[in-house]
Write a protein that binds this ligand. Sequence first.
Ligand code: ZN
Length: 352
Amino acid sequence: MTHRLERLRQRLGEEELDAILISQGENRRYLSGFTGSAGFLLISQQHAILATDFRYIEQAKRQAPDFDIVQIEGELPKWFSNLASSLRAKKIGFEAKDLSFATYRKLVATAGKKELLPTEEIVESLRAVKDEEELELIMKAVGISDAAFEESAPMLHPGMTEKEAAWEIERLLREKGSESVPFDIIVASGPDSALPHHQPTDRTILSGEPLIIDMGARFAGYSSDLSRTICLGNEDKNFGKVYDLVLGAQLTAIATIEAGMSGEQADSLARTVIEQGGYGENFGHGLGHGIGLAPHEAPRLGRDSKDVLAEGMVFTIEPSIYISGWGGVRIEDMVVLEKGRVRVLSEAKKID
Ligand code: ZN
């Protein structure tokens, strides 16, 4: 964890902050190793404090040896000012996307002469680039979802409901070592598959229609994310055409994305293929997203994304086409940027 703290401290210097208060859960875990669900980090150039309540003190001592553990009681504004004073910190950053406005107001009222400054995406931008240890954990999560998909695919059959299929997949994920599921599994059949974030219903899966499965595993906190579109029975006349276009877009992105591109440029590589096939209007979301401790994190690959893709980033590539009344096709793999190019991590079979 020490190299993560070093990178953060460098950013504090650049931002001219004496310290930063970390409240966001995944950021807290990333910097400290502490997996508890409540607590704050207060980090300056000299100090690293993990403040948590009675329930987590023992756990914090075990998991965060690089931090001084401080036991707190009550809301943040009650103890924050004293703790910050003990660090002699005057300019203190907080995470503007995480701290509530109500807490911020109370904090300012009790802060005395300390300056509370909003920051955005500081730790998130560090998290976007994965280190070796993280990549190993991500690969475990990817392996679990690949195996769960491979094993569930032959079990799926027409006549089964979306909910039954989702439960089968969830059971397999857990049996293969997933800690929990990082997001609700999507099983979307026929016209339902035109809804990108469909929740499984009691609808019966029919032969010949598109079936989108989107699922992930979690291992040591790290998520995987995998989508496949299959068809049980004989494909209807649209399926092959739409599927080939989405697959072509995905393979083009995989072959041509390079480090240094913006999220917008990467997105357009796949989008152009779908537009040229006449389905531009039907690809309504971005090409992909970073993934790690959170199933969706930086960088973002999408039409207006200025995020710059860099070596070591892990993200998804998931072009799609959704046709109202018919259904959709989405194919999603996880990749890592290595030596400037994309290496695909997912190994689950696709229709070819
Ligand atoms: Zn995804």
